[in-house]
Design a protein around this ligand. Sequence first.
Ligand code: F6P
Length: 601
Amino acid sequence: MFETRPLNPIRKAVLEQGIGQGFEELLQRVISNAQGIKSSIVTLVVDGTHGADFQALLMRLIPYAEERGFRFVAADVYGYLKSGVELREHFSANITDNRAFGYVSEEKIDAYFRSGARREWAEYADGLTESAEDRVRTLLVVFGPGAKWLCDGRGDISLFLDVSREYQEIAHKQELLNFGMSWNADAVEKYKIAYFVEWPILETYRKERLPSFDVYVDMNNPVCPVLLTARDLMAVIEDIARFPLRVKPFLMPGVWGGQYLKKVAGLPEDMINCAWSFEPIAPENSVLVAKGERVVEVPFLLVMAYSHLDLIGARNVRLFGDYFPVRFDYLDTMDGDNLSCQVHPKQAYIREQFNEFMEQQESYYIMEKQGDAKVYLGLTESCSPESFRAAADRSQTTGEPMAFTDYVQEWTSEKGDLFLIPTGTVHCSGKDNFVLEISATTWWFTFKIYDYVRKDLDGKPRPMNIQHAFDNIDFSRKGHGVREQLIPRPILLNQQGSNREYVLGERDDLLFYVNRIHLTDRWEDATDDEFVLLNLVEGECVRIVSLADESVFVEFSYAESYIIPASFGAYAIVNGGGQPCKLIKAGVSKRWEISLVDTDG
Ligand SMILES: O=P(O)(O)OC[C@H]1O[C@](O)(CO)[C@@H](O)[C@@H]1O
């Protein structure tokens, strides 16, 4: 069965304090720590990710602390931030006027705060100390994102309240504004500000500071927090990064979304459709880690931050640092609609224009299709830059449909086909495909050329970016060459008995390779210090077993994906179903030698 909440067990790590659960346990830990501190004022720092429910904790902490003899004083970081207007002004070069794209900020958390914020805070805290009454002990709580920075090392006890990006994005679609902002135009703008400003700054802050906190609190269920010490969290991360790992799929509806994945994953009938599942898009997913009944949700970014060497191996760390470079995601258009006709940017362009790390290379593997499904890839022989541009502009200004297949080639898709999409290649999946996208991890930079003059699910047109698109289209990807270069035929690579491994796609301009294993019984393989992504694209279930220790294994079903860490070593894939099955295997191509770390592209 396709698990929407797959659990990754802690296998070897011995936790000093274990995983706690519920407010009672959290409050108990905090207050008994506070009672052990021998000063008239105990400072509790409650830092965390924007969107975490700080109030849910405070409203329980206040009576709990007061009943135990503390006078409670709270101060929030919001009183020390720049105003919403000042923040918009400060980050204007990152936010830009473009509806979808900004420029990734490299600033630090202090950019959000007024100059002098730390001094003001210190004066306030000193004032409290001077006026503290001898007999009544005070619990001074400073809360909100950046609280630890604001206190500048003056806290006695520190908590970090975390939520996943998925949690934040759901909240963004409702009431939650961007951190520090006083208003937002709409969900597209919130995503843009999160992507280009909030996440780079706050997630870097989290990565740099997290090990120094006392307690990590998973607030993804705001009525039942899960807690562990930062030291135990580090031990958990170190553990799970050494064994096969499945992220929690991030499922999302979209204007072209289909109905197939809903059935496979057992999603609610009344979900309008499911367009995407991130499997992983590393920065977007989290990992569920289990110890007995207790489950903690950890952002995949944190696993990469502290255990990238185990996870992706030395060569990939040299090339990509702690950035997980390859993504799997589903695009489901079965009984849905075409994706926008689009193109993705090249490395120099994405760095220069958007300060983004990695160019957006893609590929589509057709896992299922129905009827006369199509993939659109490359340009027609007769397509010229001028005629294509004029047609796109005309449709955009008049709101009239455009005959886009006059310019873009149409291919009938078949189950098992792979379409390679280097940057600059015009493309999109048509309706009635279930696509496993195997791509570079960048995912936001889709320059739409034509979107069928339709409206998004919120009733607004989606952002079009015709100029960016035409700055990136490679007009040599046209005519007959497209089949030869971008729709390769499988090549046999290895054979073990009746089992085979084929290369489906590999090119010098793609950082990933895509292979397919045809499995009748058992296939032995080794990571050679390179991570591997696996997805069971046909068949019932498989088991991945460590050859060093056969008691270490995972089992997974049709359409599920697993990451095999570079440090996992030799392993076997064993067919657990009655019929032969097929797996997509992907990773970083041995041909890719361009380091994206500390270069200008
Ligand atoms: O812009 P559209 O039509 O939603 O297209 C889907 C896009 O979603 C992604 O798969 C991931 O966001 C892109 O790679 C893809 O191009």
